[in-house]
Design a protein around this ligand. Structure first.
Ligand code: IVH
Length: 668
């Protein structure tokens, strides 16, 4: 390709990629598959490699370009980043509204228009856009001076490197809150646990820790996001209200919390606070209150600021998610994979409407690092629906009577040997027939997100085990009514309901079934990937580590764990008995109406335009199937350079052979 043509193609690719980034990260409405996105990115990278002089800092390939820093530089904010006064009660809000009207010389009966926004519990940052380009990003710091973290902020996909407008303002300073979504927070902590690293007590600490990395490659691996909520200095654009400001940002590609709302007077604020408070636990991110702002920027200016906070805004905080309590005891719980987890039994304490009496201490490394002892007074935190954790010990409350809990020498449930694997922080029970492991495996299998056997909770599972009616999950499907009737307080109807629930679980989707098996490192998400890629337990069972690794997002640890599971004769026996009892997981309909629905592809030879894994995704994204070997059922063989026996076989069988280009052409 000649340079002018390359230049045009590069521009087209960048526009396309930026649009898809926005659709994916901001609007949560992707229009193409990951594999198609990767193809665009790869083509852009290749062209930029051939013509390095055409690389510009706003190219989507340049998000993680920079080298690690020695230290962060200081940035002085052109306009100080103020903090907010806090309100805790309805009365505080009524007082605030009264003060606003008095300052403005308005009648008390007048009604002010406010904007209510969720108060994100993250890290405040400032983004500077000069003539549309994102040039400098910084933390709030002390409000006057912060740290320059531009290269870390550039890795956040929802921040545009260039504003999506032909006529950007000369200067646009935007304030916003960087946060880590709750599911990413949970995943990060799991990974850190496995790597033997300290866990974050809450998503805010995790976001702050991620932004404070001197090496932007680490930040890039954390799926941080941002909501923009206020202007700093602006030149070349004008707004008359906060609501207008919030409505304009998304048009420029800047994300705004969709829950922000214009309301009237105190009554409007109260209703908003109540509504969002109800949703607090189901939001995918942590919020710690509501920020109330006078909508009109003209009135905001008239009201002005106090020393550290504006007079036109207030933060109405939710009850804190943290509380101080006492560790009354530390017990050891044995999970379904045999991992021993120290768990603190707490003096019950209310944390934002929920009584908390336990907190996870994660593992012994973590417990020793935080020096948590029985009898300690501790600060605990409950983030969203995440299991409560101990943030820190309050050492000043110690009396000297506190005592640490050493690593047990044997399993507290079955007395088996314990191992502490050097490269893992986990302490594990080696007992193959450890009753705790069996119990937890069955509880997990029957749970709502797995096989969803309604009514079969911990109580019944414990009775089944005690009576010796069940030794593994397959036994559940061989139970008869009379056996249930042996239970305490069991009636005809209840027993029938349980049997019906077991019966109807036989047809759960494949992904649930895979998740229910409780394979180490295979959570719901991974189970979905596996179900999508292999389509049946038989295929999954036979997959080699290499084939498992070709599934996107599946790494060596997970692949090994899956192989180990299916190499175990006991596990295979349980699966055989499950199937013999009539369990037959259903396969979700593949995307119908795709261009390749019902078609089977085989890729062979050295591929240059895409990897095998990408090819597979492309085919599956269109409803087709990618197979490993050529047969009469194969519809197309896509042959790269030096294709050998598979190509020969295709010719023999008269299967249509395509070049990589022809294959891509079919996708256009
Ligand atoms: S407005 C002058 N809006 O809360 C107005 N702040 O104490 C300044 N925050 O450090 C802030 N969500 O990091 C505003 N929707 C929101 C917010 C928000 C979170 C944080 C912000 C600031 C602190 C205020």
């Amino acid at each position: 390709m000649e340079k002018p043509a390359a230049e045009a193609r590069i521009q087209a690719l960048r526009n396309d990629i930026n649009r898809h980034n926005h659709l994916y990260y901001v609007l949560d409405a992707p229009q193409i598959t990951d594999a198609e996105y990767d193809l665009l990115m790869r083509e852009l990278l290749e062209l930029e490699n051939r013509f390095p002089e055409l690389v510009t800092p706003d190219s989507p390939t340049q998000r993680v370009g920079a080298k690690p820093l020695e230290k962060f530089a200081q940035v002085t904010h052109r306009i100080p980043m103020l903090s907010l006064e806090n309100a805790l009660t309805d009365q505080d809000i009524a007082d605030f509204d009264g003060r606003v009207k008095r300052e403005l010389g308005m009648a008390l009966s007048a009604e002010i228009t406010y904007v209510c926004e969720p108060k994100m519990d993250g890290v405040a940052v400032e983004l500077v856009f000069e003539n549309g380009d994102f040039t400098v990003g910084s933390t709030r710091g002390d409000g006057f001076t912060g740290e320059e973290i531009t290269q870390n902020l550039r890795t956040i996909r929802s921040i545009p490197l260039r504003l999506h407008t032909e006529a950007p303002p000369r200067l646009l300073e935007i304030r916003g809150e960087v946060y880590l979504p709750l599911d990413a927070f949970r995943k990060l902590n799991l990974e850190r646990q496995e790597a033997g690293e300290a866990q974050f007590a809450n998503p805010r600490n995790a976001a702050a820790g991620s932004l404070r990395q001197l090496d932007p490659r680490i930040t890039a691996r954390r799926p941080l996001s941002i909501f923009c909520y206020g202007p700093g200095e602006v030149a070349g654009a004008g707004f008359t209200s906060q609501s207008e400001f919030l409505a304009t940002l998304p048009q420029w590609g800047l994300p705004v919390n969709p829950r922000a709302e214009k309301v009237n007077g105190v009554a409007g604020i109260l209703a908003y606070y109540e509504g969002i408070g109800k949703d607090r636990d189901s939001l995918p991110y942590e919020i710690d209150g509501v920020v109330v702002k006078v909508d009109s920027l003209h009135l905001q200016r008239e009201l002005g600021v106090k020393s550290r906070s504006p007079k036109w805004a207030i933060a109405w905080k939710f009850p804190p998610r943290q509380a101080v309590t006492v560790v009354e005891d530390i017990i050891t719980q044995v999970g379904r994979t045999g991992v021993l987890t120290p768990t603190a039994l707490l003096r019950p304490v209310e944390v934002s409407g929920v009584t908390v009496s336990r907190a996870t201490l994660h593992n012994w490394d973590e417990m020793e690092r935080k020096d948590i002892r029985i009898g300690d007074t501790v600060l605990i935190e409950r983030a969203g629906d995440v299991i409560p954790a101990v943030v820190k010990v309050l050492p000043e409350k110690r009396t000297g009577a506190e005592r640490p809990l050493p690593v047990p020498s044997t399993c507290p449930e079955c007395g088996s040997e314990i191992v502490r694997i050097p490269e893992e922080v986990a302490v594990r029970c080696l007992g193959l027939s450890c009753p705790a492991q069996i119990r937890e495996t069955i509880i997990h299998f029957a749970s709502r997100r797995a096989m969803d056997i309604e009514g079969l909770g911990i109580k019944y599972i414990e009775q089944l085990l005690r009576l010796g009616l069940v030794k593994n999950v397959a036994d559940l499907y061989y139970l008869v009514k009379d056996q249930f009737m042996l239970f305490e307080r069991m009636g005809d109807k209840l027993a029938e309901n349980l049997l019906n629930a077991i019966e109807s679980s036989k047809k759960r989707e494949l992904a649930r079934f895979i998740y229910a098996l409780g394979i180490r490192h295979v959570g719901e998400h991974t189970a979905k990937l596996l179900a999508g890629s292999f389509g049946s337990i038989e295929h999954l069972e036979r997959a080699t580590e290499e084939e498992l690794l070709s599934v996107r997002e599946i790494g060596p640890q997970v692949a090994t764990s899956i192989r180990t599971f299916f190499d175990n004769e006991q596990n295979l026996e349980v699966i055989r008995r499950l199937f013999a009892a009539g369990v037959s997981p259903s396969v979700e309909e593949k995307r119908v109406g795709g261009r390749f629905t019902g078609k089977t592809f085989v890729f062979t030879g050295a591929l240059t335009r895409f990897t095998r894994e990408e090819a597979k995704k492309l085919v599956e994204g269109e409803g087709g199937h990618a197979a490993g070997s050529v047969s009469r059922k194969t519809d197309f063989v896509v042959a790269g350079e030096e294709a050998g026996s598979k190509l020969e076989k295709a010719r023999e069988l008269g299967v249509k052979v395509l070049t990589e280009e022809e294959f891509l052409e079919m996708l256009k």
